[in-house]
Ligand binder design. Structure first.
Ligand code: DQA
Length: 147
């Protein structure tokens, strides 16, 4: 048990949630998701840091900085899920629980989304449960981090 925060990383285009393909991603905005996460973490006496970027290298740097400084990582790598060896390699650096989240069920969508190259580097994956999936990921992260 430590007091290190849980880091939540949102990948490209997730800053557009609420307006972006709501039939696929729902109508909840990213700031609403972050607020709900913060409120749930606070109830458990835990802190979270949230970060969104549309840039692969910035996401890699944020993951690198989590090493030693965070107790768990929740990450929706968005489109980079399917393409980014760099993000996968950064996740492999970590020795903390990593929960991969997708709002949509990536296995139910176009074939190119079926494969996550992050998934086997993560502790677990939550996919297809919408914004609620982030809250489940937080519960899992708190549990796995021993908080
Ligand atoms: C996503 C699924 C990805 O395939 C897509 O590129 C996204 C969002 C999801 O949360 O469902 O941007 O990660």
């Amino acid at each position: 048990m430590d007091n290190k925060p849980i880091l939540v990383i949102h990948g490209p285009n997730l800053n557009m949630l609420g307006n972006r393909e709501p039939e696929t991603y729902g109508s909840t905005s990213l700031s609403e998701i972050n607020e709900a996460l913060r409120a749930r973490a606070e109830k458990q006496g835990a802190a979270i840091n949230t970060f969104q970027s549309n840039h692969e290298g910035e996401i890699v740097e944020a993951i690198q900085q989590a090493a030693g400084n965070c107790s768990a990582l929740i990450i929706n790598p968005a489109a980079y899920t399917h393409t980014s060896v760099a993000i996968r390699d950064a996740v492999l650096l970590l020795e903390i629980p990593v929960i991969e989240v997708h709002l949509s069920n990536i296995c139910k969508r176009e074939e190119f989304r079926h494969k996550s190259i992050i998934a086997d580097a993560a502790t677990g994956q939550i996919s297809g449960l919408g914004a609620y999936g982030y809250l489940l990921a937080l519960d899992a992260a708190l549990n796995l981090a021993g908080k």
